[in-house]
Design a binder for this molecule. Structure first.
Ligand code: NAD
Length: 581
């Protein structure tokens, strides 16, 4: 029974699921619970969701037990309200951390009795300010790293994220799910390659639902972990779209209500989104890096527009799952940014596996009227018009700097919308920091996490600067390409004199053993003092192998340091030492 001083928490909108199961109770009757503290976890066969408390108070009782099957609107527990409980309440419909709702898909508003109860509480908060000395806008790798570090340093932290799950693009719809699919692709490819060695596997069967579920499981494990880490550090997570309304105020718009948060300092970590091409038709068969992860069958013909990292990683996945892939790239090369000698083995393999790899070609028109999308091309090497079942657009990313009220903050952007920052990651407004993709190239999650920690430390009064000597880049293609520090092309442009050491994998026992002799390890040493200034590796596991040269660059190692370090034999890591020797 509800009294004026009690609040019943109910199962929120659970999408298409008819019923869900109580997986875990996270609080105990008698325990004092804070606003947004997770009370329990519910799960369906597809996803799990933490239910946060919409109010502050004492948990009186649970109406459910672990293992119970429950429906939308079912009573979960009763909370005896603190006096301030209702005032602190914010809309709960958005705050349930739904594991199945990926970024790009907002959670549906709560309906039924729970919504009515929430609406009452929400009315009390509209227009209220929630002071928090450090505000972090954006819960991707940069934002959550900044929030966690700041909380560890003793700051009170409010982390505002528009989607119900932390982790941003990288964790939810980028690096992590794509790597789950790329792992499957690598195993498929290795099994196929064994054919010539006397071990034959039968043709693989694909269960697309289970393939996608496996990917979602990997993501779910990590997002759940993040929610726990935020809780443990008492980082207040607010779900909703944040827009600055003043130099020290952010308005967060949830589906039901706007709340205002006052802050002392803020870290902007809103990331980036896929770039669109003007005039392209709106058709679900035209994929971006997010929708391309929802791979389904039967395999058909895929056009990949853009021969950068995203386009080629997804081409690698789709090829392994039996799709016929064509890649078109505007420039005269694939993976711009990596030296051409490193890209060559990948290009050779792609040319053998793809229907076509067309350089200096653009898509002039896409006709989506028929069963297949007909693409017309332009450029000297342009093919005739071709039909495709799917088209993936991967032509770069744009910063999420519009629609967050940067004007109200007085924060400036450059011509492309990126926020320029100094070495302490401060924008032109000293109390506003910016990190990650929002601050420009390279758009890499690991750069964002390091920037996030530095910004948090500076915000906490530390004298830190973000001045890495080298940031590794990895294309998780087959073969992988990884590079760190100065590339040969950078050196030529910047007039840096260097000496180059190459070790072709055709001379590596391990590479011969795994049948991948196309690899190459390359080291660049400064002409003047012999220090390692850059490295590039192409071949399986290049993304793992690049860590050693990255450390060597940071430590100022020279060829002797690397060559005299004993590497295990036979390993692919030896190729780095042998190049140095
Ligand atoms: P990208 O800039 O790496 O590649 C886009 C490619 O599209 C370029 O080669 C460009 O010349 C080409 N292009 C542009 N317009 C075109 C057109 N009209 N027709 C044909 N080609 C066209 O961008 P991306 O692959 O979309 O990746 C975006 C960012 O995300 C990159 O900065 C990348 O570093 C980062 N990212 C990194 C990883 C990783 O670390 N493994 C993975 C994914 C993305």
């Amino acid at each position: 029974m509800t009294t004026p001083n009690t609040f019943i928490v109910r199962v929120p909108d659970i999408g298409e699921a008819e019923q869900v199961e109580v997986a875990e109770l996270l609080a105990a009757p008698g325990e004092r619970v804070a606003v947004e503290q997770s009370l329990l976890v519910i799960e369906s066969d597809k996803a799990s969701m933490e239910i946060p408390s919409p109010v502050a108070g004492v948990l009186q009782s649970f109406a459910v037990a672990e293992g119970d099957a429950i429906r939308e609107g079912s009573e979960l527990c009763t909370i005896q309200l603190d006096e301030a409980g209702v005032d602190e309440t914010v809309a709960t419909s958005d705050k349930a951390k739904r594991s199945e709702a990926a970024p790009g898909k907002a959670a549906s508003p709560a309906t039924g009795p729970a919504a009515a109860e929430q609406a009452t509480s929400v009315a009390a908060t509209a227009g209220a300010t929630a002071p928090g000395p450090l505000l972090v806008l954006g819960g991707g790798p940069g934002g959550y790293s900044a929030a966690f570090r700041a909380a560890d340093l003793g700051l009170e932290v409010v982390l505002v994220e528009r989607y119900p799950r932390l982790g941003g693009v990288c964790l939810n719809v980028g690096c992590i799910p794509s790597k789950a699919l790329l792992h499957m692709a690598a195993v498929l490819e290795e099994a196929r390659a064994l054919g010539g060695s006397g071990v034959e596997f039968s043709k693989p069967d694909f269960d697309w639902t289970r393939i996608r579920a496996r990917k979602d499981e990997v993501v779910g494990t990590l997002t759940k972990g993040l929610a726990g880490l935020a809780r443990a550090r008492k980082v207040r997570v607010v779900t909703g779209h944040g827009r600055f309304t003043g130099s020290h105020e952010l308005e967060v718009q949830t589906e039901d209500v706007a709340q205002r948060i006052a802050f002392g300092q803020a870290i902007l970590a809103t990331g980036s989104r896929p770039a669109a091409l003007p005039g392209w038709p709106d058709d679900p068969r035209i994929l971006d890096s997010t929708t391309a992860l929802e791979i389904e069958g039967p395999p058909g013909r895929l056009l990949v527009v853009g021969g950068g990292i995203i386009g080629l990683e997804m081409a690698t996945v789709y090829l392994a799952f039996g799709w016929q892939v064509t890649v078109v790239e505007l420039l005269d090369r694939l993976v711009p940014g990596a030296d051409r000698d490193l890209v060559k083995p990948l290009e050779k393999r792609l040319r053998a596996a793809c229907e076509g790899v067309r350089l200096e070609v653009a898509v002039a028109k896409l006709d989506t009227r028929g069963k297949q999308i007909v693409a017309r091309f332009e450029g000297e090497a342009a093919p005739e018009a071709l039909p495709f079942d799917r088209v993936l657009l991967a032509v770069g990313r744009r910063p999420n700097s519009e629609d967050i009220g940067l004007d109200a903050l007085g924060v400036q952007t450059d011509a492309q919308g990126f926020v320029p920052v100094d070495a302490q990651l401060r924008s032109n407004q000293p109390h506003i920091f910016a990190i990650g993709d929002l601050t420009g190239a390279p758009l890499l999650a690991h750069r964002a996490t390091h920037q996030g920690k530095v910004a948090a430390e500076v915000a906490a009064g530390g004298k830190r600067r973000f001045e890495p000597t080298a940031i590794p880049s990895v294309a998780y293609t087959d073969p992988e390409i990884a590079w760190v520090g100065v590339t040969e092309e950078d050196a030529a442009q910047q007039g840096i004199e260097f000496r180059k050491a190459l070790f072709p994998w055709s001379a590596s026992g391990r590479a011969i053993g795994i049948g991948r002799t196309e690899g190459l390890s390359k080291l660049l040493f400064a002409e003047d003092d012999g220090r390692l200034i850059g490295a590039g590796i192409v071949g399986p596991h290049a993304g793992e192998l690049i860590a050693e040269p990255a450390l060597a660059i940071e430590l100022g190692a020279d060829a002797e340091d690397i060559g005299l370090t004993i590497h295990a034999h036979p390993t692919l890591s030896e190729t780095v030492a042998l190049a140095a020797e």
